[in-house]
Design a protein around this ligand. Structure first.
Ligand SMILES: Nc1ncnc2c1ncn2[C@@H]1O[C@H](COP(=O)(O)OP(=O)(O)OP(=O)(O)O)[C@@H](O)[C@H]1O
Ligand SMILES: [Mg+2]
Length: 587
């Protein structure tokens, strides 16, 4: 399962290949940034030269006017440098947010293209966390890490050149430290990278568990599990800390190691430099210049090594995010020509199906039935018998393992996907209400519907009454995914949404379960009177829902055991009458 999206060759080169198209679309921004970076670096390498002039031409020579001249020049340079830095950081921050927004949109699009079964899987649980956390990391990569490495590298290169130019002899003395530094830090960086994966996994476990316990606050509180939940949180957090400890140590060690060696270089420079001055081979001004350049070199080296370590640890998770987005969908959209009309006749022929996540267990085992256009059918059976699975198969959220399902005689996999989705509406047992106005929630069914049509759909779904009693009526915002509404109210909003869609096939999966029987019967009356006369499939455990339906199909363990009108089945089907007697179908 993990191997489905795990990238085999996730390295810096692959990350670069993936990010490059997004970055090169903002070439101009990077060009400006590089110009400003060079300007900043130019000013910082000019400083030591000015300081040398102050010491050697001014102080040593006793020329006060030279001292003043260079002090003014330095002040001007400080202002140029600060402005260039400000502009660079601002342009980079703005650009990197743009780039990451574009990458996020790309990943979202790719995620939505995945087949529905993909979202049953474990990785997709992580998707929202991934998207937020890893995109944050990615923003850091394009906005901070890479530009810092470039800046640090340039600083190292330019100041290094000037250091050699200032005193080749001193440079040789301090250069011995360079290779040791490079070798050591690259080894530690590699270790840091290896340590990143388990930390990321532990972090994801902690966030998804915390999110779950907050969204399930009702259950946590009613079962009085607050303490237990916090304890669990603490355990997972402790586990994260334990997992991260080796990396924390490596990170801290890397910083200490680079500092030790770079400060050591200064000590070497001063000792050797002092001897060179005493033997008149160097002026004090040049020694100061050299040390300042050495400081710039060591700062450059430290930035490069620290940011490279960051890049290494960011690389794994961001590559996985891209791999997730690049995963090939198992159900690509069908783009055949759209049929002229939809009558709404369904044929289910010898369908077998097991969920990708539960291969050993078949949820549907050889089901055959057909529903005429405009017919009304109820699917009943004990919990877990496969009703919702059949509904999802009819919507082609999954493809059967064997057998086929046809709409108006055409097998579903041959029908244009967008057209198919516009012809079948499924109201799930726990409908999703988005955090926007009620009007927009209903209009989700058909985005170009007028206010009048929205109101009409709400009336048909028996939702208009409670909505119009609200002070802001249809403009009321369903805060927090509709938490302020009762389950029955949420169900009616979802039914209104489905009615507005005018789909030729309407599947209500326990969508009236939370309504009182009178409201339910009103809803059913409106559904039957809909002008486009849709085929209706009602899934229910309630006698009141199915008693007056033209035909009831009873399922047991993924098979059809009886089919016919309710009153007939009571007489002819032992299984069905037991279902009713045992109150598995209730009043
Ligand atoms: N996403 C899934 N992954 C794996 N197995 C699943 C999944 N969804 C359902 N199943 C299994 O498939 C079988 C049929 O489930 P289904 O949801 O169709 O039952 P149902 O008849 O709708 O039950 P209920 O009346 O409780 O809603 C069950 O055994 C269930 O455990
Ligand atoms: Mg169900």
């Amino acid at each position: 399962m993990q191997s489905d999206i795990r990238d085999k060759k996730d390295n810096l080169l692959t990350l670069w290949r993936r990010v490059r198209p997004f970055m090169s679309a903002h070439r101009g921004m990077y060009a400006v940034t590089i110009f400003l970076t060079l300007l900043t670096l130019g000013t910082s390498v000019a400083f030591p030269q000015m300081i040398r002039a102050v010491i050697d031409e001014g102080i040593q020579a006793g020329a006060v006017d030279r001292v003043y001249f260079w002090l003014w020049a330095m002040s001007a340079l400080v202002i140029v440098q600060a402005s260039a830095q400000y502009l660079r950081n601002f342009v980079l921050a703005k650009g990197s947010i743009r780039i990451t927004t574009e990458i996020r949109a790309y990943i979202l699009r790719q995620a939505f293209d995945q087949e529905f079964a993909f979202f049953d899987k474990k990785e997709s649980d992580l998707l929202p966390n991934r998207l937020m956390a890893d995109i944050g990391t990615l923003q850091n990569v394009v906005g901070t890490i890479v530009p810092e490495i470039v800046q640090g590298g340039l600083r190292l290169f330019i100041a290094g050149g000037l250091m050699i130019y200032t005193s080749p002899l001193l440079s040789v003395a301090v250069a011995m430290i360079g290779p040791t530094l490079a070798y050591g830090s690259s080894k530690i960086s590699r270790r840091i990278r290896r340590q990143a994966d388990p930390i990321q996994a532990a972090g994801a476990r902690l966030t998804s568990r915390t999110r779950e316990s907050l969204s399930g606050v009702l259950t946590v509180k009613t079962y009085d599990h607050q303490e237990k939940t916090i304890e669990e949180h603490n355990q997972l957090a402790q586990n994260l800390i334990d997992t991260a400890r080796p990396q924390m140590k490596s990170n801290a060690f890397l910083t200490g190691y680079t500092n030790l060696l770079s400060e050591g270089a200064v000590v070497v420079a001063i000792s050797v430099g002092a001897m060179l001055i005493l033997s008149n081979q160097l002026t004090p001004g040049l020694l100061v210049t050299f040390i300042l350049y050495a400081g710039l070199v060591s700062r450059g080296a430290a930035t490069v090594s620290e940011q490279s370590a960051q890049l290494m640890s960011a690389q794994g998770s961001t590559n996985t995010l891209f791999a997730l987005a690049e995963r090939e969908t198992k159900m690509p959209p069908v783009e055949t020509p759209e049929p002229k009309e939809c009558r709404g006749a369904i044929e289910v022929q010898s369908v077998h199906f097991s969920y990708p996540e539960g291969r050993e267990f078949a949820a549907v085992k050889g089901v055959d039935f057909s529903i005429k256009a405009g017919e009304e059918v109820a699917l009943v059976g004990v919990s877990g018998c496969g009703k919702s699975t059949l509904a999802k198969l009819i919507c082609r959220l999954y493809d059967p393992d064997q057998g086929k399902i046809c709409l108006d005689g055409h097998p579903l996999p041959e029908i244009n996907t967008r057209w198919l989705r516009s012809k079948i509406s499924l109201v799930p047992p726990e409908p999703v209400i988005f955090t926007t106005t009620l009007a927009e929630n209903i209009r989700y069914g058909r985005t170009d519907a007028t206010d009048e049509e929205v109101r009409w759909a709400a009336e048909q779904a028996q939702a208009a009454g409670f909505i119009e009693e609200l002070p802001e009526a249809y403009e009321t915002i369903a805060e927090d995914a509709g938490a302020q509404f009762s389950s029955g109210q949420r169900q009616r909003i979802a039914i209104a949404r489905a009615i507005l869609r005018r789909a030729q096939i309407l599947i209500l999966d326990e969508s009236t379960a939370a309504l009182d029987t009178r409201t339910e019967s009103e809803v059913k009356k409106s559904l039957r009177a809909l002008p486009h006369n849709p085929t209706l499939i009602l899934i229910s455990h309630r006698l009141s829902t199915i008693v007056d339906v033209e035909r009831v199909i009873a399922l047991d363990q993924g098979r059809i055991v009886a089919s016919g009108p309710h009153h007939e089945l009571l007489k002819t089907s032992h299984f069905y009458s037991e279902l009713v007697q045992d109150q598995l179908i209730t009043e």
